[in-house]
Design a protein around this ligand. Structure first.
Ligand code: ADP
Ligand code: MG
Length: 356
């Protein structure tokens, strides 16, 4: 049984959260994939009108391509590029970019700076931007760290000013924002159902609430096995983890999520954190933030902060030993199932986040 899951995970190893669809009335009318956002994105659209399903996929691809280029830090002329080349001057950006940067800064404030889009110079220092990895010296890190502080980002209407020497990277939140737009396209095209996997971020759409649930597998870090499944009532499911992007030097693993306090990959006691909800932007940023915060501070945060609609956040956190799982109480009555093979390996704590 476990071998079959291993094989399945191997075949689909390009995605971090794996998914399958159970009992769906409409036949799958169109499916496709594309390479964007540094990952393989898969589309499955269900509708009795095949042309509409195919057309929706084209629209989704165009939307992703357009947004990727407008939010890219490296594409000349993009809002983020202009901010990063502004030498401290005010830059006018689109309303969407200004709102996204504002949301990013609010999330940074709420989690004490664990999430900070101004880590970009550190991302570059460690070589994660171009995949030309290197371990910097402590003095190089300290020099660059001096310019990392989201509080030095000012947003006024549609303008953004960053302190001279700073630069930003929306890598930990852009996929979430794009996922919101992906959902909006599926809704406005009035398809029956659809599921899009943006590599670590899954977006589901049902036109009718009575439609059966989607099933989303959750990956066991490093082995690629699935340790459990979610029967998704949530629109967005996103996972951050140290196993997703990293390099190794002298037997040490350096991953791509930076602790803005130290300037180095976060020494987290979390191996993977999944956040579920109805706002992709928020879920994406929060999954990165919780990873940096570690188990104890994450649980404190989740007990004291509601989501943007005033509800508790839904989450699954696996510790770094991969033997303790913390899940929010709303997932405990059937929404999340731990596979039998992992019952002896992983103990589950249900966390009641009754802050209201
Ligand atoms: P992924 O990009 O694999 O989906 P995340 O959503 O966790 O993973 O985002 C990680 C990316 O965000 C990094 O590649 C980097 O560009 C940027 N980043 C790294 N550390 C932080 C941080 N502490 N706060 C905000 N952005 C970060
Ligand atoms: Mg993220």
């Amino acid at each position: 049984m476990r071998d079959i899951k291993k094989l399945l995970a191997f075949v689909l190893c390009v995605v971090f959260v794996l998914l399958s669809l159970c009992s769906c009335k409409a036949e799958k009318s169109a499916s496709d994939e594309m390479f964007a956002l540094d990952t393989i994105i898969t589309f499955k659209i269900y509708d009795s009108d095949k042309d509409k399903a195919e057309n929706t996929i084209s629209l989704l691809k165009d939307t992703i391509t357009r947004l990727e280029s407008s939010l890219s830090a490296t594409k000349k002329g993009s809002d983020v590029y202009n901010i990063n080349h502004s030498s401290g001057e005010k830059v006018y950006v689109s309303e969407a970019t200004a709102t996204l940067i504002k949301t990013a800064c609010e999330i940074s404030e709420s989690c004490g700076g664990a999430f900070d889009i101004s880590v970009y110079p550190l991302v570059k220092l460690w070589g994660f931007d171009k995949k030309e990895y290197k371990v910097p010296t402590q003095s190089e890190i300290s020099d660059v760290l001096a310019d990392v502080n989201f509080r030095n980002i000012t947003i006024e209407d549609n303008s953004v000013t960053v302190k001279k020497g700073m630069s930003i990277d929306l890598g930990a939140i852009a996929k979430g924002y794009i996922s919101n737009c992906v959902y909006d396209v599926m809704k406005s095209e009035k398809i029956e159902r659809g599921i899009v996997n943006l590599g670590g971020m899954v977006v589901t759409y049902n036109s009718d609430e009575s439609q059966s649930d989607w099933e989303i597998g959750v990956e066991y870090p490093d082995t690629g096995e699935l340790f459990g499944k979610l029967s998704g009532k949530y629109t967005f499911t996103v996972t951050s983890g140290a196993y997703q992007r990293y390099f190794e030097e002298n037997g040490v693993r350096y991953h791509h999520i930076i602790d803005p306090k130290t300037g180095s990959p976060a020494q987290s006691d979390i191996s993977s954190v999944t956040v579920l909800g109805d706002d992709g932007t928020y879920c994406d940023a929060l999954s990165t933030a919780l990873f940096v915060m570690g188990v104890e501070d994450s649980l404190k945060y989740l007990k004291t902060h509601s989501d943007e609609s005033g509800n508790m956040h839904s989450f699954i956190i696996l510790n770094s030993n991969k033997d303790k799982l913390y899940i929010s109480s709303d997932l405990a009555d059937g929404e999340f199932t731990l596979y039998d093979d992992f019952e002896d390996e992983i103990s589950v704590s249900v966390i009641d986040t009754m802050f209201v």
